[in-house]
Ligand binder design. Structure first.
Ligand SMILES: *Cc1c(COP(=O)(O)O)cnc(C)c1O
Length: 449
């Protein structure tokens, strides 16, 4: 037997600290039906001074010392300490670039705007951060003799891509449930290519969620959705990484798109741990951005979070956040209250233009990031965000997973949207004179002398 690990973590009910489960128990909810959270032995973590944690995190980043070179596993003691390193399933997630969006920032009146490019990751979205932890725990559980036949999730496209890749890497069967016709072609082909069992159901995400919750009640099927709070442990590293990249300075605002609301909860949790362990001394404000078409959190915010009502999410270009009944609503509202948070929304036209304008400055945004960018611009206009504030927008996925909406934008075929800055390709016969004339005309038009 290996030594008893020094650092420990367990599942705990949100309401009753006496209701605890081991992280290798197959359990997703507390007895009262609320979500569980992962709680760490903070007394043990506190024995290491903040400067030592900082040094350790810095030294491990990008190294090949398995598995600590990953942005998630470089913080293993804070994330999921009791997993054997041999069972870690990692594809070097995290440590994504933090981009100073100087030009886009100056267009919307923010001098110090940064974009955390979580989409520059193995499967092209931040979902990798959480999935590495969940699939590693499953591998650990199998090694400990637990009966797990497959991992399963409902998805708006990115969770299933991440699950399929990590499960394939670990040789664990994966089953994914997608709302038919509601995910992009790249998102659909990812789990297909990685060999997952892919179901497309005639329903929306919330309908797929209902199915997978039932499927995961028996037959040794392990649930990989973010109601499983193991994912949150990996995702919470994003905030730690941002602060680390700013040499441990906390930004004024972090803007993050929200659907099922696991990610906003995770972001807050990372900051709570840094505060608790003395790595930082203040909180940023958090703004959660929703698509107007799928805005249950926004509606609740309008009523001071006193009530929350699920809605039927309407179609939006931001398909990954087309969710009307978010699983992590309770955690998200608590997080926003702690972080002096606000919720903003963006219409379809606002998100499409935000994506196009930001792309013009060299970015290549997914529609969910565009929702956050549009919300950021609105918060600046309203004076919530000030010109000199340091603002970080969390970009959740790579734009290449969502090219269809860009194609339609530039072909001026987005329904109900008049593209303000379309840039269709110019078709000409291959004749030097005509090409040169057109080229010089376009250069003059776009960059007048
Ligand atoms: C999953 C996802 C979101 C939403 O995250 P939640 O945790 O569900 O709020 C946003 N953007 C992209 C690209 C996603 O894949």
């Amino acid at each position: 037997m290996a030594d008893k690990p020094r650092y420990r973590a367990w599942f705990e009910s949100l309401r009753d600290p006496n209701e605890r489960y081991a992280l290798d128990d197959v359990v997703y909810q507390a007895r009262d039906g609320s979500l569980l959270r992962v709680v760490h032995d903070m007394d043990e973590l506190r024995k290491t001074p903040p400067e030592e944690w900082k040094a350790r995190f810095r030294e491990r980043a990008h190294t090949t010392e398995w598995p600590y070179g990953s942005g998630v596993w470089g913080k293993k003691e804070w994330v999921c300490p009791e997993i054997d390193n041999a069972n870690v399933v990692s594809m070097l997630e995290g440590l994504t670039n933090l981009f100073w969006a100087e030009r886009y920032g100056s267009e919307i009146g923010i001098d110090d705007l940064w974009i955390k490019q979580c989409g520059n990751s193995h499967t092209g979205s931040f979902k990798d951060l959480g999935m590495t932890v969940l699939v590693s725990m499953v591998k650990e559980m199998i090694a400990r003799g637990k009966e797990i036949r497959a991992v399963a999730c409902a998805s708006t496209g990115d969770t299933s891509a991440a699950l399929a890749a990590y499960a394939a890497c670990a040789s664990i069967p994966a089953v994914v449930f997608l709302p038919k016709g509601k995910v992009s072609i790249p998102q659909l082909i990812q789990p297909i290519a990685n060999g997952a069992i892919v179901f497309q159901l005639e329903t929306d995400f919330d309908g797929c969620m209902e199915i997978v919750k039932r499927v995961a009640q028996s037959d040794g099927i392990y649930l990989a959705n973010s109601m499983n709070s193991l994912r949150i442990e990996g995702q919470k590293t994003v905030g730690i990484e941002i602060v680390q990249e700013f040499d441990w300075e906390v930004p004024d605002w972090i803007v993050i798109p929200g659907g099922n609301l696991g990610n906003v909860s995770a972001l807050a949790k990372g900051f709570d741990m840094m505060l608790d362990l003395g790595l930082v001394t203040r909180r940023p404000r958090i703004a959660c951005a929703q698509a107007q078409q799928a805005n249950p959190l926004y509606l609740s915010y309008q009523r001071n979070f006193e009530v929350f009502e699920p809605i039927a999410a309407r179609p939006t270009l931001a398909t990954a956040i087309q969710i009307g009944n978010p699983v992590s609503i309770e955690k998200a509202i608590a997080a926003l209250k702690r972080f002096d948070g606000i919720v903003e929304q963006a219409s379809e036209a606002e998100l499409a233009e935000a994506a196009a304008h930001a792309d013009r400055t060299g970015l290549f945004n997914c529609p969910h990031t565009a929702v956050a960018l549009a919300a950021t611009a609105k918060l600046r206009e309203r004076g919530e965000i000030r010109t000199s504030d340091r603002v970080v927008v969390i970009s959740t996925a790579h734009g290449l997973k969502f090219v269809d909406f860009k194609v339609r934008y530039h072909e001026m075929r987005l329904e109900g949207i008049e593209s303000q800055i379309p840039n269709p390709p110019i078709s000409l016969p291959a004749e030097y004179g005509a090409v040169r004339d057109a080229m010089l005309r376009e250069i003059d038009r776009r960059f007048p002398a």
